[in-house]
Design a protein around this ligand. Sequence first.
Ligand SMILES: O=C(O)CCC(=O)C(=O)O
Ligand SMILES: [Fe+2]
Length: 273
Amino acid sequence: MDVKNYYETNGYVVCENLVSTELIDKLVNLYKEQIVPSKEPFFRQMTNKFDPNDVTEFGHVKQDFLDVHNYQNFPEFSTTVKEILCSDAVQNILKQVTGSKGLDLMQSLIFDVSRETLAHYDGYYLDTASPGYALAVWIALEDIDERSGRFYVIPKSTNLNIDSEAQDWTHWEWMSRMHAYYEANLKDQVFAPALKKGDALVWNSKLIHGALPITDKSFSRKSLTAHFIPSEYEYTTPFMTKEYVECKTYNGVKIYTATVIKQNEWSMKQMTH
Ligand SMILES: O=C(O)CCC(=O)C(=O)O
Ligand SMILES: [Fe+2]
């Protein structure tokens, strides 16, 4: 089966050795030298707020880092993020699975440790206006140990249609319902591959995924994740008031960010009425 067929059938595809270890080492070194020790507040996806790093006793940052491709005060670091996400290797696999001519970079995220992300699908937050054509990539920045709380997907979970009434639910209600459904019906279908440094997993905006619980807090789980919209589509944020603005292109890739403006105004649509 070719990658496009595999992706369409299963909702994801694993790509071993997608990014060179040299490029990853460059990013991780800049992360350790410039970002971890910084006293600057960074924007966090989890809380929708700027907060300084909260470092564990093992030297890992607990919070996520949102839109690392657009850190104005750390140009070398952000350029390296773009070097990876806009590389021909990453762009080509995204083009292959979607059949699109170009993929716009909408959002990027670095995790130092597992956030034990609950089961969800990304299309709730960001998708193509005609849903189901957005996609994301999860890149391992180190060999991911089982004890660190691996990223998982539920293969073939793109058409479950379990939240058709989500319009009537608050974000919190949606999350708890997704979690309950996962616990009752999906948990035994978890696929949490042992990704090595430079390996990647590409998944569709409708695919259910999350992260397993951490069983040993001394393990980091460094990853770079990014979300893309095929250039021929408009984007939509079905349940959020969130506006993406265009930045400079990089290696021919259109780039957006939502963290520069209105960063204090993002809210779940349900909470505004
Ligand atoms: O890395 C994780 O644990 C979750 C990331 C995720 O859900 C995402 O980037 O969409
Ligand atoms: Fe996600």
